[in-house]
Design a protein around this ligand. Structure first.
Ligand code: HEM
Length: 227
């Protein structure tokens, strides 16, 4: 592609982003990629049930190709920034379209679910920041040894407030994913009254799977099943 063709495509992309549909599309695509990460990350973490060697070797494998690891990290970071940026812009747009608000707001189920997104999202972000400090940088106030992922997780979850914070964050993440997936299906045009129930069921089942898989880890550590 020539330089001018790239410039035209870039301007087209920017114009699309400036529309509400464009912002929703950016939220949906970044949301899907983040959801994919959370699902794969959970599957990887569940290897904790197969013992220290298995989990530590898995973590070592992930680090064995630095270009891949950094590619994935940068993609994730860009997706998080785009997701937050488009959500803030959509919220501002909504506010400027209706500065006074509905009188009977609380009766609207959809607006309740949407409002949940605006407080569960920032709490999940706080969770991610603490999670990285704790298990990636070793600065979360729990024992940390570079390369010994298994012990870092087990000793971290033996601290009750840490486990409680994880459990609460996972429940909020579940709420966020549940409504996020449902909105995503709608944004992608999978909306038909006949399928509404099934799509809602699928969104709820996928979110419940993530919550259950992740929460099982601190619970198993606290119960002494994983040590
Ligand atoms: C109980 C649930 C979870 C456990 C046990 C867990 C465990 C871990 C561990 C051990 C690491 C460090 C891996 C390493 O250094 O090799 C890590 C990194 C990470 N986790 Fe989690 N995690 C959990 C949930 C989550 C959730 C729900 C998210 C996102 C919403 C998340 C996002 C991340 C990210 C972004 C990294 C950094 C990856 C990297 O660049 O190295 N984790 N997690």
């Amino acid at each position: 592609m020539s330089t001018s063709a790239v410039a035209v495509a870039g301007r087209g992309g920017l114009r699309f982003y400036q529309t509400t549909v464009g912002k929703k599309a950016v939220m949906a695509v970044s949301g899907v990629l983040l959801f994919g990460f959370v699902l794969v990350h959970m599957a990887g973490n569940l290897q904790i049930y197969e013992g220290p060697e298995k989990l530590n070797n898995y973590a070592k494998l992930l680090r064995s190709v630095p270009a891949l690891l950094w590619g994935a990290r940068i993609t994730l970071l860009v997706m998080v920034i785009l997701h937050i940026w488009s959500s803030v812009q959509l919220a501002l747009l909504k506010q400027s379209a209706r500065p006074v608000g509905y009188v009977k707001k609380e009766t609207l189920q959809a607006s309740y679910a949407t409002r949940t997104m605006y407080w569960s999202g920032p709490i999940v972000l706080c969770f991610i920041i603490y999670h990285l400090l704790q298990l990636t940088f070793g600065a979360g106030g729990t024992p940390f040894q570079e390369g010994d992922v298994y012990s870092n997780v087990v000793q971290g979850f033996q601290v009750i407030p840490v486990s409680a914070f994880y459990i609460l964050s996972m429940i909020l993440l579940g709420l966020h994913l549940n409504h996020g997936l449902w909105s995503l299906f709608q944004s992608l045009g999978f909306y038909h009254p006949r399928y509404t129930k099934r799509i809602k069921g699928l969104a709820a089942a996928l979110s419940a799977l993530i919550v259950a898989g992740n929460i099982s880890i601190p619970i198993s550590v606290l119960a002494g099943w994983v040590r």
